[in-house]
Write a protein that binds this ligand. Structure first.
Ligand SMILES: Cc1ncc(COP(=O)(O)O)c(C=O)c1O
Length: 417
């Protein structure tokens, strides 16, 4: 009898807990913070590309900046070797010390920067991991963050997640795509906690010199602002110019950090490994935040990264040459059609001012549909990206020449209408 009562009670409780009628979906909406994030234009371009393919069109995809080159063979070998070791499958938490040592070695040999491996280097699951979480670890609601416009989308999204206030720093051609620090309103500076810059950046491919970095350091010291330099394209710099790390400029470590990555330099984007270097306090704060949310990167990936960072650098030179060839193929091809585009001094992108009479989106969407070439509309990167498209150099030179020819025909047809 007692058992029957128990069973009846269980049934009752079960009914109460799971009183969801079959086929009925939850009424669930994303958080207010999520609402503030822009919907992904990257997804829209991908969907439009798929639609065009379904209609039988051959699409040359120059939209996403995922490298099509392989990692160096010795990096793949290291990954394979360590993956076979069954003892390397545990959590790695903050990462192995060999990785921090390798980053210090790389920074010393490539950028003449000395780093303390234990305190001035932090491993990240791609630099995106650090860029996405830093603001939450540093910014309180109501703090201002200076963000470039146009800029890489996570800068703005991360500040929104943290409840910070964005002050956009315009990057325009007439100022060589450098922000004018004197134009930032005095009254917001006491409430400004962080400034994000990226040279060379994405989508704006401009370079900064030491003089600009010195100006930024003086400004940041005066106003007690943390400078965040995103250096993800540190090894894709063209025309014989050397990379300039923000950390190589005197005083940088006192007020700044620099994000870097193995994604573009060593074509390890899918491995999700990057790092941040510089100011100990900022690194400690981010490390403490991360210790709550992740448990480290797969050991073999870290050892493959160690191999990449400490092997000879001739590989880097040949990669730069390969991207330079692609840039030149595309830009000279487009020049023939009368579309003059400034040559990118760096990165795997071309930031192209579009012909008059188009919005960025109209131009990009028509280009997919009519010409079979996928690019990203510039407004995806901020208000001042309107009037531009970003073209990724992720196809061989022959395919880029073909893209230029298709764009030429597209422009001819539209200008004759
Ligand atoms: C400017 C910039 N910063 C950071 C990243 C993030 O790279 P990852 O997380 O692969 O290191 C990217 C990726 O495209 C980028 O373009």
């Amino acid at each position: 009898m007692i058992d029957i009562i128990r069973i009846m009670l269980k049934v009752k409780i079960y009914d109460v807990c799971f009183d969801v009628k079959e086929g009925m979906s939850m009424n669930l909406v994303g958080s207010n913070k999520l609402q503030k994030m822009t919907t992904s234009i990257f997804q829209e371009v991908a969907d439009r590309k798929q639609d065009a393919i379904k209609k039988g069109k051959d699409v040359i995809d120059l939209s996403v900046g995922s490298p099509d080159f392989p990692p160096p063979p010795y990096v793949i070998d290291a990954l394979v070797e360590y993956t076979k070791d069954p003892s390397k499958y545990g959590y790695t938490l903050k990462g192995i010390s060999e990785f921090n040592d390798a980053v210090s070695y790389f920074y010393k040999h490539r950028y003449s920067v000395e780093l303390e491996p234990a305190n001035e280097v932090l491993q990240l699951m791609g630099s995106q991991d650090g860029l996405a979480h830093l603001a939450t670890a540093i910014i309180n609601p109501g703090d201002y963050v200076l963000v470039p416009d146009p800029g890489y989308p996570i800068y703005e999204a991360s500040v929104n997640i943290a409840g910070g206030i964005i002050y956009p720093m315009p990057l325009v051609a007439k100022n060589k795509f450098l922000p004018k620090l004197a134009d930032i309103p005095e009254e917001i500076l006491p409430r400004t906690k962080m400034m994000i810059i990226s040279y060379p950046g994405n989508p704006v491919t401009a370079l900064a010199d030491k003089g600009f970095f010195e100006e930024v350091i003086a400004f940041a010291k005066q106003h007690n602002i943390l400078v965040v330099h995103d250096f993800a394209y540190s090894e894709l710099i063209f025309d014989g110019n050397p990379p300039v790390s923000f950390m190589s400029v005197s005083g940088a470590k006192e007020i700044g950090i620099e994000f870097n990555s193995l994604s573009k330099t060593f074509n390890m984007a899918g491995c999700r490994i990057g790092y941040v270097v510089g100011n100990k306090q900022a690194i400690q704060i981010l490390a403490s935040f991360k210790s709550n949310i992740d448990y480290g990167i797969f050991y073999p990936i870290q050892m493959a990264a160690v191999k990449a960072l400490t092997s000879e650098f001739s590989y880097l030179r040949s990669q730069v040459k390969a991207y330079e060839l692609r840039r030149d193929a595309l830009i000279s091809g487009l020049e023939k059609s009368g579309w003059q585009i400034a040559k990118s001094p760096a990165t795997m992108f071309v930031w192209a001012k579009i012909p008059a009479g188009w919005s960025s989106r109209e131009f990009a969407f028509e280009l997919i549909e009519q010409a079979g070439v996928a690019v990203i509309p510039g407004d995806a990167f901020g208000e001042l990206g309107e009037g531009y498209v970003r073209i990724a150099l992720v196809q061989p030179p022959e395919r880029l020449c073909q893209a230029a020819e298709r764009i030429h025909e597209f422009l001819m047809e539209y200008s004759s209408r």
